[in-house]
Design a protein around this ligand. Sequence first.
Ligand code: NAD
Ligand code: SER
Length: 319
Amino acid sequence: MKKILVIGAGGQIGTELTAYLREIYGAKNVIASDIRATLHPDLMEGGPFIRMDAMDSRQVYQVIQREKAGQVYFLAAILSAVCEKNPEMAWDVNMGCLNSVLRVAHELKFRMFVPSSIGAFGSTTPKHNTPQLTIQRPNSIYGVTKVAGELLCDYYHDKYGVDVRGVRYPGIISNVVPPGGGTTDYAVDIYHKAVKYKTFTSYLKEDTFLDMMYMPDALKAAVSLMEADHDKLHFHNAYNVSAMSFSPKMQAEAIRKHIPGFTVRYDIDPVRQCIADSWPDIMDDSAARHDWGWSPDHDLGSMTKEMIEVLNDRFHKGK
Ligand code: NAD
Ligand code: SER
């Protein structure tokens, strides 16, 4: 089989996606790559790794040609809260890396997965059941790069026939590597603090609802879309995918079922609160369900149970 390259493999999604792809397609067929020199040890030991700067399209071209990669999962990016601290860098990295890899995809003809985000929406977008096609005027620089990225992918698909596919992920919750500096990171950290200290300080207000997804569903979405029949895809890029919607208060209540006495206090970060207020509560993902059979396996209850079990084993039993 042709090889698969994961660009940005060292991050929250890439670390688990690379392991998942290696289970499906075989370890030697899935190459991890990142600008970082070292990734999670399981990733470094579990298969091939190439250090690469995705902004350098010559290097990207050489690696993909040499390795004969037929699919690229493109995950290199900077997330919303970090973007807001350095908007120039946000634009340069998020757009520079994507543009570089799309140019190579046009020349070498590989299939590409590019995730967009709930961040591609803004305060003028309908918040509840956000439609697949709707107003997209984000007020964060991260969101600006996400909308521009969606449009650039559409352009390469429509103009040059590049088989580039993607979803709009909600906030992703996981337990292998920490999230990279987004607005939704609180929803991961809350589990760590609950298991370690039975108390947590939230930077978002207790009634801030956001669209969220557990990592196993995020991995399933990526691979299902990449394996889907091209002719059945009406959108190709930026498919809304949803799994659950909750607020910090609701998440704390779900945690209290397993950790009685868990407490939350609130110390609001205005920057992340403003971003969160402009993002969907929950997206309408009927196009993904119709075109490639999307459906999530996890809700808040099942995710919370599993997150607490895994973190309990890690922190209190040394597993
Ligand atoms: P992350 O920040 O955890 O990881 C990004 C990775 O990209 C890092 O390992 C980083 O070293 C790498 N990278 C940065 N610049 C690079 C470069 N020039 N060359 C090569 N690698 C580079 O991000 P993530 O959470 O894994 O997100 C992956 C993608 O999914 C991003 O496009 C993000 O916008 C999108 N997304 C993530 C979430 C989420 O909740 N994690 C939600 C919606 C969308
Ligand atoms: N989790 C991401 C962020 O908060 C959403 O794209 O930036």
